[in-house]
Design a protein around this ligand. Structure first.
Ligand code: SF4
Length: 352
């Protein structure tokens, strides 16, 4: 059976997409086969991303106080989880928070606000923060995550310099209505399409451990492939007390690694990010998962604490990876091709 996963990697590397049956076989691999699954998926990871780990940093611009009822969310209507609740951070606070993440090695800042979707004034605020962030940190990638978008809002974010927009489909269409009733799966897809339509890189992913079946996890991943999501955050449910999912523990570290490996086989050249629940669910297999996924969040999540940023960076180094964009990463890349501006077709002498 071990050979099967390498044959699958061979086929995917040769351009044959993984099928739902392939994905299920990865998800249902026996734990005794785990390292074979990882080794095969790691070939795809290294083919597309080498040994770099993209580091992202979350800034929660507005926390809690949401009117939507996403059952998994500590910020939802009806949640009594004792989280921090605040309305919009000032621009100075947002910049200070983002600066800390960038100083820690992050290359992308994810600006997040709770709520169904932004008002025009909310977009104004985000536009100002993005402008200031880009002036202070030229080269930073900015992702916005503000909920459902209305007509014209994606274009305003694009004009402000937003590089990516995150809106997770979260789960399979066939399971969506069991976990949220205040908006539809189609609403979510519509926002991802609006971001794409405005020329913003789509970031959309899922949450595992919501009572979905194996087939529904596969369904969600193939929907993300169909949506052409550039980056795919894979969250593992953190069952906050005070939410409908409190005390829901469906995941094991080995299952989480297999879910990430399945994502890699289905979407081999996409950024697969180990997102919320990394420490809680992967536990001592976090560094193994880096051989499959190529992206993490540094430090804390939106409403819960992650391990210290220094521990994240140490794990990356200890596992033989480098932070994307770091001096180590840049040093190991070959120089970019230099376009010829001399010799034939120019007034300048050739270099012979
Ligand atoms: S996921 Fe977003 S929309 Fe849903 S309850 Fe949480 S903050 Fe609100």
């Amino acid at each position: 059976m071990s050979a099967h996963f390498h044959q699958l990697a061979d086929a995917v590397l040769a351009g044959t997409p993984a099928t739902p049956e392939d994905a299920l076989a990865v998800l249902r691999a026996d734990d005794a086969e785990l390292m074979s699954v990882v080794a095969a998926a790691a070939r795809l990871r290294r083919a597309h991303f080498g040994n770099a780990v993209k580091v992202n940093y979350l800034v929660n611009l507005k926390s809690g106080l949401c009117q939507e009822n996403c059952n998994y969310c500590s910020q939802a209507l009806g949640s009594s989880a004792p989280i921090l609740k605040y309305s919009w951070l000032s621009e100075a606070e947002a910049l200070a928070q983002a600066g800390a993440g960038l100083g820690g090695g992050a290359s992308r800042v994810c600006l997040v606000a709770s709520g169904r979707g932004p008002s025009t004034r909310d977009i104004d605020k985000v536009v100002d923060v993005v402008g200031a962030l880009k002036r202070e940190h030229p080269g930073v990638e900015v992702c916005a995550c503000l909920g459902l978008l209305k007509e014209g809002q994606a274009e305003r974010l694009k004009d402000a310099g937003v590089d990516a927009y995150n809106h997770n489909i979260n789960t399979a269409e066939s399971h969506h209505d069991a976990i949220v009733q205040t908006h539809t799966y189609a609403d979510r897809v519509d926002t991802v399409e609006k971001a794409k339509g405005a020329g913003i890189s789509p970031c959309s992913g899922l949450i595992a451990g919501l009572g979905e079946t194996d087939e529904q996890l596969v369904e969600a991943l193939f929907a993300l492939r169909e949506l052409d999501s550039d980056s795919i955050p894979v969250n593992f449910l953190m069952p906050f007390d005070g939410t409908p999912f409190e005390n829901t523990w469906e995941l094991s570290p080995t299952r989480c690694v297999k879910i990430l490996a399945m994502a890699r086989f289905v979407c081999p050249d996409r950024e697969i990010r180990i997102a919320g629940g990394r420490e809680m669910h992967l536990r001592s297999l976090q560094s193994v998962a880096l051989h499959v996924a190529n992206s993490i969040f540094l430090g804390d999540y939106l409403t819960s604490e992650g391990q210290a940023a220094e521990a994240d960076l140490e794990m990356i180094r200890d596992s033989g990876f480098v932070v994307q964009g770091s001096a180590e990463d840049l040093a190991q890349r070959a120089a970019d091709p230099v376009i010829r501006r001399r010799g034939a077709g120019t007034d300048l002498l050739p270099n012979a």
